[in-house]
Design a protein around this ligand. Structure first.
Ligand SMILES: [Zn+2]
Length: 286
């Protein structure tokens, strides 16, 4: 299976304690799906076919230190921050990273929180990167070949290029995934958007008319614009007194759900947030 290179920054302080570093590296190397783990230029370089969230979990649990993903992929990389774009709707949030080598498939590596527990949801790249009306203005599935809707295993003329199939939420409502795709290319999707739908995608195999359009997967419940991002060693920022704290703080904060701080200050009060939003934006349907 194609592996990805991850650059993991760990909060070891000025200098990592040799024993702790060794323990962390050995634990990583013991895992199925991790092919290499070395300490280089202040970061742990991992070569893996596991979702990046799983690798970060191993590092955090073994070292007892905070860890963040600093770089992803050797060549072309992109990232999308996914959210409901409106607090009137479900509070779904996450990050999806895309990586592409010259030859070989695109890797979509992500973690999304706030989904219904133990449920399937469609994942699609959409035509437009326009969030002016939230997830309602991102257009249809990205479809450069004029094909009907399908599944990721279908050939190019039997699926939208943007059809990435389904992601599975665990009992806590978190979906962690690493999808390999042979049709999409990173350079074709930067500036477009990616969305998660409320329902399962039937991959064009259903009997309803919408099956051939969007897999009868319902409306997008969270989406985000795909932007170019830093690959390995392309992000020279290191932890320092000025901004390092921000990096670690972000990792400590849950992406969604309990404990997530809202900008409005009224944490968890969805009704109040929704009222404010409706007053602000008359187009927002409650
Ligand atoms: Zn589609």
């Amino acid at each position: 299976m194609l592996s990805s290179k991850l650059e993991v920054l760990v909060d070891f302080g000025d200098k990592p304690e040799p024993q702790l570093l060794e323990k962390t590296l050995s634990e990583l190397k013991l895992r199925d799906g991790i092919h290499e783990a070395v300490f280089k230029d202040g970061a742990i370089m991992v070569e893996t076919s596991l979702p990046s969230t799983e690798v970060l979990d191993v590092v955090t649990k073994t070292s007892g230190k905070r860890a963040v993903l600093q770089g992803f992929g050797e060549t072309q990389s992109a990232v999308a921050m996914i959210s409901s774009q409106s607090c009137c709707k479900a509070n779904v949030m996450g990050v999806i990273r895309f990586q592409q080598s010259e030859e070989g498939p695109l890797v979509a590596d992500g973690s999304i929180d706030g989904l219904s527990p133990s449920s399937l949801h469609g994942l699609h790249v959409h035509d437009a990167g326009d969030l002016s009306q939230g997830c309602e203005s991102i257009g249809g599935h990205y479809n450069p070949y004029g094909s009907p809707h399908g599944g990721p295993e279908d050939p190019q003329d039997r699926r939208h290029a943007g059809d990435l199939g389904n992601i599975v939420a665990d009992e806590n409502g978190r979906a962690t995934f690493r999808i390999l795709d042979n049709v999409l290319k990173v350079w074709d999707i930067v500036g477009r958007s990616v969305a998660v739908t409320e329902k399962k995608d039937d991959l064009g195999r259903g009997s309803s008319p919408s099956s051939r359009v969007d897999g009868d997967s319902g409306t997008p419940i969270a989406c985000g614009i795909i932007a170019r991002s830093a690959g390995i060693f392309q992000n020279p920022k290191r932890i320092c007194a000025c901004d390092g704290v921000v990096v670690w703080d972000e990792r400590d904060r849950p992406i969604a759900g309990k404990g997530r701080r809202r900008d409005t200050g009224d944490a968890g009060d969805k009704d109040s947030c929704c009222r404010k939003e409706t007053q602000k934006k008359p187009c927002c349907k409650v």
